[in-house]
Design a protein. Structure first.
Length: 287
């Protein structure tokens, strides 16, 4: 990398987040939010291109992940708290508004920040996760999506999922990453980094608690569920977990939106189509 990775711990919303930053300090801020079961390194292929393009890139380990705080209570992982973490992160650096991008659970947080704190999001980038209202509708009415989302109900069980995923050095999690992605997407060295991050957070209980909180404390949407800032949705069509049809449904709730579908990409689109994703985000922010 031409730009160094700056590591720090930033207090926000009553906890401490481990944060990686890169790029010119006076560049427009871009915040990248990872999903399950990743950590900041899930954006490793986008950090340098964005920094090279002049952006100040900010990539936190979200709560429950890697070197960030891992609160023990399930209620600590409500989407409202996860969103306040990001707003607090912005406040700590006197960022009035940012370009916000999320993948997987990070996209769920990004959608919610944009809905509940719209003045803080100049533009919104979303990878492979629908608008929360669309997700709720598909989970209730679409049998295919219900089947794809079976693991959400499994994670509701106390202790058992945590134990199964942690045993044999996270063999289940590794197999899930590899089987749901294109061959070679996650290298042996990548897997070692993920295993290290999962051990750092004392297993995956904090991560799994995001799902438990979703079921116990459903997302409360604002009266206006439309997005009024520019939105770009990028979606790998071969996603095993989330139907790409939800991208078009999500676009209907955005005033200014562009949708790009990647025919041969899976859920892990920023890894598999890293150059195209980076270029798309830069072009979007530069508009």
């Amino acid at each position: 990398m031409n730009h160094s990775l700056e590591e720090s711990y930033i207090p926000t919303n009553g906890i401490r987040l481990h944060v990686i930053r890169s790029g010119p300090v006076d560049g427009p801020p871009v915040i990248l939010l990872h999903g399950f079961p990743e950590f900041w390194r899930g954006w490793i292929n986008q950090i340098e291109p964005l920094a090279q393009a002049g952006y100040r890139v900010i990539v936190p380990d979200q709560r429950g992940y890697n070197l960030s705080a891992v609160p023990p209570q399930v209620k600590s992982y409500r989407i409202s708290e996860l969103s306040k973490d990001i707003v607090g992160l912005m406040d700590s650096r006197d960022i009035k508004s940012c370009f916000l991008v999320g993948h997987d659970w990070g996209a769920a947080v990004a959608w919610n920040v944009a809905l509940t704190f719209p003045q803080r999001v100049a533009k919104l980038g979303i990878l492979n996760v629908p608008h929360p209202a669309v997700m709720m509708n598909f989970l209730k009415k679409n049998p295919r999506q219900m089947l794809k989302s079976w693991y959400i109900a499994f994670f509701k069980i106390p202790y058992l999922p945590d134990w199964l995923i942690k045993r044999k050095n996270f063999a289940v999690a590794i197999r899930s990453l590899q089987q749901s992605s294109r061959v070679g997407t996650f290298s042996a060295s990548d897997i070692l980094e993920y295993q290290k991050a999962w051990r750092n957070s004392n297993g995956m209980t904090g991560m799994i608690n995001w799902y438990r909180a979703l079921l116990r404390f459903p997302t409360q949407l604002p009266d206006d569920i439309h997005l009024h800032m520019p939105v770009r949705i990028l979606w790998g069509k071969r996603d095993r977990f989330l139907s790409y049809q939800m991208a078009a449904a999500s676009a209907q709730l955005c005033d200014q939106v562009e949708v790009t579908l990647f025919e041969n990409a899976s859920h892990w689109v920023q890894h598999e189509e890293s150059l195209a994703v980076s270029q798309s985000l830069i072009q979007f922010f530069n508009q």
